[in-house]
Ligand binder design. Structure first.
Ligand SMILES: Nc1ncnc2c1ncn2[C@@H]1O[C@H](COP(=O)(O)OP(=O)(O)OP(=O)(O)O)[C@@H](O)[C@H]1O
Ligand SMILES: Nc1nc2c(ncn2[C@@H]2O[C@H](COP(=O)(O)O)[C@@H](O)[C@H]2O)c(=O)[nH]1
Length: 206
């Protein structure tokens, strides 16, 4: 199905900086809208229901799965996370660009459903820096940080499945790359849609 809006998917190991980059992109590019996921993980820090996530119980998550309410969902670091159909379908059908911050399993599910989705993977510059970013963020227990670092190796091995890879060493440089990818892909898809519409019109006249 071809929608007038575009879908961008950003994945990364925990602590690589994807939320910070997406947040900065949203401030610079008003055409892009965030998607709020559902999760069974408890809120951390200043997180608010409906802003960072919809925080739901295991039972509520099960009900949404049974009702076919998710476009994708996955187990990540011991909790479940999912993107609701409502979070994206209506908006891309209206022509908005939507950006998802999800893990690689979800990203690959999205690509199977939306072949034009643009998959972007964010890598940290090193293991040491990844660990210190998680520690400096100060929102996870040492056990949670260890679990997230253990999972990072498997996650990073998936980078090759993505359309673009950005190394987030200098924040401003990585943000520039993310902005450039979004802009270039948007132009590419809109040129393709125009060409298809003109071909369709020409065939109709003949
Ligand atoms: N280029 C950078 N240089 C230094 N610190 C950074 C950089 N990018 C992000 N950070 C910091 O690293 C920490 C982790 O970033 P962030 O929360 O954005 O990661 P994340 O990939 O979204 O993690 P998670 O998946 O756990 O939510 C934050 O404290 C953020 O301010
Ligand atoms: N497959 C999905 N993964 C998601 C979704 N929302 C977030 N995530 C990913 O989970 C981890 C952990 O996030 P955290 O907020 O607990 O640090 C991270 O990789 C997120 O990108 C989703 O809807 N689907």
């Amino acid at each position: 199905m071809d929608y007038p809006g575009n879908l961008f998917v950003v994945a990364a190991p925990s602590g690589a900086g994807k939320s910070s980059l997406v947040k900065a992109l949203l401030e610079l590019d008003s055409q892009v809208q965030p998607s709020v996921s559902h999760t069974t993980r408890p809120p951390r820090g200043q997180e608010k229901h409906g802003r960072e996530y919809y925080f739901v119980s295991e039972q509520e998550f099960d009900q949404m799965v049974l009702a076919d309410g998710f476009v994708e969902w996955a187990f990540v670091h011991g909790n479940r996370y999912g993107t609701s159909k409502r979070a994206i379908e209506e908006r891309i059908a209206r022509g908005a660009d939507v950006i998802l911050e999800i893990d690689y399993q979800g990203a690959l599910q999205i690509k199977r459903i939306f072949a034009n989705a643009v998959l972007i993977f964010i890598l940290p510059p090193s293991w040491d820096e990844l660990r210190s970013r998680l520690q400096r963020r100060g929102e996870d227990s040492p056990d949670t940080i260890d679990l997230r670092l253990q999972n990072a190796a498997e996650e990073m091995a998936q980078a090759r499945e993505f359309d673009f890879v950005i190394i987030n060493e200098l924040f401003e440089r990585a943000l520039f790359d993310l902005k450039a990818i979004v802009h270039a892909q948007r132009l590419k898809f809109s040129a393709q849609r125009r060409a298809r519409a003109e071909t369709f019109k020409a065939l109709h006249i003949l």
